[in-house]
Design a protein around this ligand. Structure first.
Ligand code: ATP
Ligand code: MG
Length: 439
C-alpha cells in the first residue's frame, strides 16, 4: 500500500477524552473513530489489525476441532424467554421492536440461539461431541462504556459452544478450549493467565478468565508470579489426547480474580516472594455450565443406554476487538504502538526520504516489489511530508520494521533498517536489508 493513496487520519493532538494509553494511541494512530458512546468505526489501519486477530482466533479454534458458523446479530425475544434470561438480563440488553411489533434484541451472547440450532437436528450421542463457534458483533448497553474498544457497547466477540453427552466429555471440551486459548493469546505476543473466576450471568460452576496483566485493567487479580513463565503448548498438541496434565500445570499455581479470591489459601499456597497482586484485562473466558440451557430448552440427547438427557454444554468467549486495546497496553512506548509481528497491520514501513529523486524512488519501488512478493505487506510512505513527521507517524503506527531510503545513504550504497521494538538501526545495502526482512 502507498501511504499517499491510503486512508490514515492520524491525530496531531492527544485526544482529551481518552484516559488510558491504548485508547489514546488507537485514536491518534487512526485505528478507530468513535461514532457514539462505546460504538466505533474501524478505520483501515485498525480494521487490518482486527482481521489479523480474528484470523489467529479462527485458526486456533479450528485446530482444536471447533466448527465455524455465523449466527445473526438480531434474535427473537421469545427464544430468550425459553431460558428465562429475557427478563433476567436487565438493561444491558438492547431491545428492539420491528414493524410488526415483534420483540427482538441485539445479541449480547448466543447460548439460546446455538441451543435452538443444535436441538433442531442433533438427537443421538453418536453425533457428539460438537463445538460450534462464530465471530460476530455483540451489543451490551454497558452502564459505563470507556477505555475505547476495551469496554465498548458494540464489540466483536468469538463465542464457541460445546455439546457433550456427559460431564467427562464436557470437561474434555473445556480443556480443549483452555489449551486453544493459551495458544491463541500466545501467538499474539500476550501473556494471558487463566484465573479462577465467577460465572456471572452465563451461569455454571467451572470457569476461568484469561487475563493480561496491566495496571489499567478493570479486574483486580492475585497470582503466583511463576505462572508467567509456564510453557505454552505447541501447535502439535494432541487435542484428542488427555489434556489434563496441561490444565493441571496451569491451574496448580494460585491465580484468581478478586471476586473469588481466598486470602487464606493464597497465603498458604504461595511464597511471599512469588505473590503478585495487580490488575488485569479479561481477554477471554471459558465456562462449563452443564444443562443450564439444554434442560429448559429441551436439547435432549439419547445416550448409549437409550435414555434421553439434556446435552452437557460449555461456552467460550474471546474479546476480539478488546484484544487490540490489550495488546497495545502490553506493547507500546512513548512514541507509539509497537505491534507484535503476528498482528501488525503492515509487515514493514518503507520511508522514502526524498520523493521525486529518481534513485530514491527507484530503490523504494524495488523494495516495495520485493517485499510485496515475499508477502510482507509493505506500507510505502511516498508522501511529501517533512522527514521528522514521517518518522513520527511510522513510530506512532508501530509497524515491526522501518526501511528508510534516502539520497545520502544511496550515494554510499546503503539504506537504514530499524526494528521498531528495540529501536536498533543498521545501515546496509538494500539487498542485504531485504534479506534480513526475508524477501
Ligand atoms: P466483563 O467482565 O469485562 O464485562 P464479561 O465477563 O461480561 O466481561 P463475557 O460474557 O465473558 O464478558 O464475554 C467474553 C469476552 O468478551 C470477555 O472475556 C471480553 O474479552 C469480551 N467483552 C465482554 N464485554 C465487552 C465489552 N463491553 N467490550 C469489549 N469486549 C467485551
Ligand atoms: Mg467474562
Amino acid at each position: 500500500m502507498r501511504l499517499s493513496r491510503f486512508f490514515l487520519p492520524v491525530l496531531k493532538e492527544t485526544p482529551s477524552e481518552a484516559q488510558i494509553v491504548s485508547h489514546r494511541l488507537m485514536l491518534r494512530a487512526g485505528l478507530i473513530r468513535q461514532e457514539a458512546a462505546g460504538i466505533y468505526a474501524w478505520l483501515p489501519l485498525g480494521f487490518r489489525v482486527l482481521k489479523k486477530i480474528e484470523q489467529i482466533v479462527r485458526e486456533e479454534m479450528n485446530r482444536a476441532g471447533a466448527i465455524e458458523l455465523l449466527m445473526p446479530t438480531l434474535q427473537l425475544a421469545d427464544l430468550w424467554r425459553e431460558s428465562g434470561r429475557y427478563d433476567a438480563y436487565g438493561p444491558e440488553m438492547l431491545r428492539i421492536l420491528d414493524r410488526h411489533e415483534r420483540e427482538l434484541l441485539y445479541g449480547p451472547t448466543n447460548e439460546e440461539m446455538i441451543t435452538e440450532i443444535f436441538r433442531s437436528s442433533v438427537r443421538s450421542y453418536k453425533d457428539l461431541p460438537k463445538n460450534l463457534y462464530h465471530i460476530q458483533w455483540k451489543f451490551r448497553d454497558e452502564q459505563r462504556p470507556r477505555f475505547g474498544v476495551m469496554r465498548g457497547r458494540e464489540f466483536l466477540m468469538k463465542d464457541a459452544y460445546s455439546f457433550d453427552v456427559d460431564e467427562a466429555g464436557a470437561r474434555h471440551s473445556y480443556n480443549q478450549m483452555f489449551v486453544a486459548y493459551l495458544r491463541t493469546f500466545g501467538r499474539m505476543g500476550l501473556k494471558a493467565i487463566p484465573m479462577r473466576a465467577e460465572t456471572g450471568p452465563i451461569g455454571g460452576d467451572l470457569s476461568h478468565e484469561f487475563i493480561v496483566l496491566a495496571e489499567t485493567g478493570e479486574s483486580g487479580v492475585f497470582c503466583d508470579r511463576r505462572v508467567l513463565d509456564l510453557p505454552i503448548p505447541g501447535e502439535d498438541v494432541d487435542y484428542d489426547g488427555d489434556l489434563s496434565p496441561v490444565i493441571e500445570q496451569w491451574t496448580n499455581l494460585y491465580a484468581a480474580t478478586e471476586d473469588v479470591h481466598e486470602p487464606a489459601r493464597y497465603e498458604r499456597e504461595t511464597r511471599p516472594e512469588d505473590r503478585l497482586q495487580t490488575r488485569g484485562i479479561e481477554v477471554g473466558q471459558v465456562f462449563y455450565f452443564g444443562d443450564k440451557y439444554s434442560k429448559p430448552m429441551k436439547a435432549l440427547i439419547t445416550g448409549p443406554d437409550g435414555v434421553e438427557r439434556p446435552a452437557q454444554m460449555g461456552s467460550y468467549g474471546v474479546g476480539v476487538s478488546r484484544l487490540l486495546g490489550a495488546i497495545i497496553e502490553a506493547s507500546h512506548d512513548d512514541k507509539g504502538i509497537v505491534w507484535p509481528d503476528a498482528v501488525a497491520p503492515f509487515g514493514v514501513g518503507i520511508v522514502n526520504l526524498r520523493p521525486g529523486d529518481g534513485a530514491v524512488d527507484a530503490a523504494c519501488a524495488q523494495a516495495y516489489a520485493a517485499l510485496s512478493k515475499a508477502g510482507l505487506d509493505p506500507l510505502l510512505d511516498d508522501t511529501d511530508e517533512r522527514v521528522g513527521a514521517k518518522f513520527a507517524v511510522m513510530d506512532l503506527i508501530g509497524l515491526p520494521w522501518q526501511l528508510i531510503i534516502g539520497p545520502k545513504g544511496l550515494a554510499d550504497g546503503v539504506v537504514e533498517l530499524k526494528r521498531r521494538s528495540s529501536g536498533d538501526k543498521q545501515s546496509l545495502p538494500l539487498a542485504e536489508a531485504l534479506k534480513v526482512l526475508g524477501a
